[in-house]
Design a protein around this ligand. Structure first.
Ligand code: ATP
Ligand code: MG
Ligand code: ZN
Length: 538
C-alpha cells in the first residue's frame, strides 16, 4: 500500500526532527534529569513537528529502557507508538472530540494505572478546539494528576488555551521550518526514494510549504504522482500554480521601463494559460516583499525563502528600484491581493492594479520635485530610480549640471569686495537656475570677513536668501562652502549695483522670464501651463 511521504518519513527520534533545536535540547535535558512534567503544550505552525515530537517524547518515556533520550525502537512499546496503537499512549483528536463528555471519559481513564508501561500519555491534537466546559473538566485532572499521567496538548493556536491550563504546562513553540532546512530534508527524502530533483525543483517545493514540512512533502507527493521520478521545475511549477522569477520579473521589468502596455500583456498571458489570478496577485505581493527585503538586507539574507541563485537575481532586480519605490509597490500589490479576494471581475482588478503600479512609478516624491525646482540638481527621475537604471528619456529640458569643481587649491577667491562677489554669485546662481536668489543677491550688500560672507538684504528679498542655495553657488566659485550670514536691513541705493542695467520695461520682462524658468521644472514633471505672471513685490 502506498503511504504518503509525510507519514512514511515521520521522524522516529529527536535526531531526525529538523529545525526545532530548542525544543529537542530542552526535552532531552529534562529526560536525562528525569524531570518529566505532567503537562506539555506544543504550539506552532501546522506541519512543523508538534505531533511528531509528542510521539517521540511518548516513546522516550515508555520505551522499556525509558525514560531515555534514545528509545530502542524495537520494544513492543516503541513499535506500537510508531504505528499509533499503544494502549498507554492515547491520542485524542480534539477537532472531533471536543466536548464535555469526552473530557469526562478522559478523566475516568486517567485514574487507572497504565496497562503495561511507565506512563499513561494523552496526546491531545488540535487542543485549541476543546470547548470551555471541556477545558474546565480537563483542568481538574491537570491540577492533580496521578503520578503516571502526562498530557501533551498540540495546537496551532496557543493563545486559545486557557491560562489556567497553560500555567500548569511546559510550553514549547515550534518554529516555521527554514528554507534551507526544508530543502535539505527533501533532498534527503528524494535520495531515499530514488527521485531526481534539482535545486530549483526543491526550491519550488520548499516555497510551496511556506515553512511547513508536511505541506512541502505533500507538494513533493503531488509532483511525483504527476511527473514520475524525474522532476522538472517547469512542470512542478505548473502543477502547483507557482510562478517563476521570470514570470514575476515581467511585471517588475515593465515597471522599470514604465511600460503600461506590457502589463496588459502580462494579464492576457495569465488568462490565456488559465492561471489563477488571485494566486498570481498573492505571489506578486510575495515577490515585491522579497525585492524590498533584498534591497534592504542584500541578496545574502536568510530572510528570503529562496535559493542562493534566486536571491542573487532578486537583488539584481531590486537594484533597479529605490527602497521607496519597492515599499510603494509592495503596498499596492497587497491592496491588489485584498481586492482580488472579493472581486467578481478579477481580470479587470488585476489590470487596474498593475497599471496603478506603473503610474505610481511615475510619481516623484514631493521633496525631489521641490529639489528639482531650483534646477541644477540632477535629473530627479534618475535619482528616483536605482543606480543602474537607465536615465529617463526626459531630455527636452536638461537641467543645467553644475560645473565640475576643480581641485580646491586652484580656486581663486574672487577679488575681495562685495562687487566681485555679487557678480560671481549672480552669474553662478543664474546658471544654477536660482533666479530669485540671484535677484536677491543683486539687492544685497555683501562683505567678506573672517571666512564669512555677510549679506545685508532688504526684507522683501530675504526669503530667497537660503544658506544652502547660496553655498551651492559659493562652492561653484571657490570649491568650498563659506559661513553665510544674512541680516535684514535697508541697503543704500548706490550699493545695489545692477549687474545689468536695464530699462524698466526690459526689467519687467526679465522678471517674467526668470519666474518662468523657476516654474519650468514643475511643468516638466507635472504638466500644466502658465497663464499669467504677477510680481508680488509690487
Ligand atoms: N521538524 C520536522 N522535521 C522533520 N519532519 C517534519 C518536521 N515537522 C513535520 N515533519 C513532517 O511532517 C509530517 C507532519 O508533522 P506533524 O504531524 O508533527 O506536524 P504538526 O506540527 O503536528 O502539524 P499540525 O499542526 O497540522 O498537526 C511528519 O510526518 C513529518 O514527515
Ligand atoms: Mg499535529
Ligand atoms: Zn523501546
Amino acid at each position: 500500500m502506498y503511504q504518503v511521504i509525510a507519514r512514511k518519513y515521520r521522524p522516529q527520534s529527536f535526531a531526525d526532527v529538523v529545525n526545532q533545536e530548542h525544543v529537542k535540547t530542552t526535552l532531552e535535558n529534562a529526560i536525562a534529569q528525569n524531570r518529566i512534567a505532567h503537562g506539555y503544550i506544543f504550539s506552532g505552525q501546522r506541519g512543523t513537528g508538534k505531533t511528531t515530537v509528542a510521539r517521540i517524547l511518548a516513546r522516550c518515556l515508555n520505551c522499556v529502557n525509558g525514560p531515555t533520550n534514545v528509545p530502542c525502537g524495537v520494544c513492543a512499546s516503541c513499535k506500537e507508538i510508531a504505528a499509533g496503537g499503544s494502549v498507554d499512549v492515547i491520542e485524542i483528536d480534539a477537532a472531533s472530540n471536543r466536548g464535555i463528555n469526552e473530557m469526562r471519559e478522559l478523566r475516568e481513564n486517567v485514574r487507572y494505572q497504565p496497562a503495561r508501561d511507565k506512563y499513561k500519555v494523552f496526546i491531545i491534537d488540535e487542543a485549541h478546539q476543546i470547548t470551555n466546559e471541556a477545558f474546565n473538566a480537563l483542568l481538574k485532572t491537570i491540577e492533580e494528576p496521578p503520578a503516571w499521567a502526562v498530557f501533551m496538548l498540540c495546537t496551532t493556536e496557543a493563545h486559545k488555551i486557557p491560562a489556567t491550563i497553560a500555567s500548569r504546562c511546559q510550553h514549547f513553540s515550534f518554529r516555521s521550518v527554514e528554507f534551507e532546512a526544508l530543502v535539505a530534508r527533501m533532498a534527503w527524502i528524494c535520495g531515499q526514494e530514488g527521485i531526481h530533483a534539482d535545486a530549483e525543483v526543491l526550491s519550488v517545493l520548499a516555497q510551496a510549504g511556506e515553512g511547513s514540512v508536511r505541506d512541502s512533502l505533500s507538494a513533493l507527493d503531488q509532483a511525483i504522482a504527476c511527473c514520475g521520478d524525474t522532476l522538472q521545475a517547469t512542470e512542478v511549477r505548473a502543477l502547483l500554480g507557482a510562478f517563476s522569477l521570470d514570470a514575476l520579473g515581467h511585471v517588475s521589468q515593465a515597471l522599470v521601463d514604465g511600460a503600461a502596455a506590457r502589463m496588459l500583456e502580462v494579464v492576457n498571458e495569465l488568462e490565456r494559460n488559465g492561471q489563477n489570478l488571485q494566486h498570481f496577485s498573492r505571489e506578486l505581493a510575495r515577490y515585491f516583499r522579497n525585492l524590498l527585503v533584498a534591497k534592504i538586507a542584500g541578496g545574502e539574507t536568510r530572510l528570503i525563502a529562496a535559493s542562493a541563485g534566486e536571491r542573487q537575481r532578486l537583488a539584481e532586480m531590486a537594484a533597479q528600484f529605490s527602497e521607496e519605490d519597492l515599499t510603494r509597490y509592495l503596498q499596492l500589490s497587497l491592496d491588489l491581493f485584498r481586492d482580488l479576494q472579493f472581486s467578481l471581475q478579477p481580470r479587470f482588478h488585476l489590470e487596474l492594479g498593475l497599471l496603478r503600479m506603473v503610474q505610481a512609478g511615475r510619481l516623484l516624491p514631493i521633496e525631489q520635485a521641490l529639489a528639482g525646482l531650483g534646477g541644477g540638481r540632477g535629473d530627479a527621475e534618475t535619482q528616483r530610480r536605482g543606480d543602474t537604471a537607465k536615465p529617463a528619456p526626459r531630455t527636452q529640458n536638461p537641467a543645467p549640471s553644475p560645473a565640475p569643481s576643480p581641485p580646491a587649491t586652484s580656486h581663486q577667491p574672487p577679488a575681495t569686495g562685495g562687487t566681485a562677489w555679487r557678480q560671481r554669485l549672480h552669474a553662478s546662481l543664474m546658471e544654477l537656475g536660482m533666479a530669485f536668489t540671484a535677484d536677491a543677491i543683486e539687492h544685497s550688500e555683501i562683505v567678506e570677513a573672517n571666512g564669512e560672507l555677510r549679506f545685508t538684504t532688504p526684507r522683501e528679498f530675504s526669503i530667497a536668501m537660503k544658506e544652502a542655495d547660496i553655498n551651492q553657488a559659493v562652492r561653484q566659485i571657490i570649491g568650498k562652502p563659506l559661513k553665510i550670514k544674512v541680516t535684514i536691513g535697508e541697503v543704500a541705493a548706490q550699493n545695489q549695483e545692477k549687474v545689468a542695467a536695464a530699462p524698466a520695461a526690459q526689467q519687467e520682462s526679465d522678471v517674467s522670464r526668470r519666474a518662468l524658468a523657476e516654474v519650468q521644472p514643475f511643468l516638466d514633471q507635472l504638466g500644466g501651463e502658465v497663464r499669467t505672471v504677477r510680481n508680488l513685490k509690487e
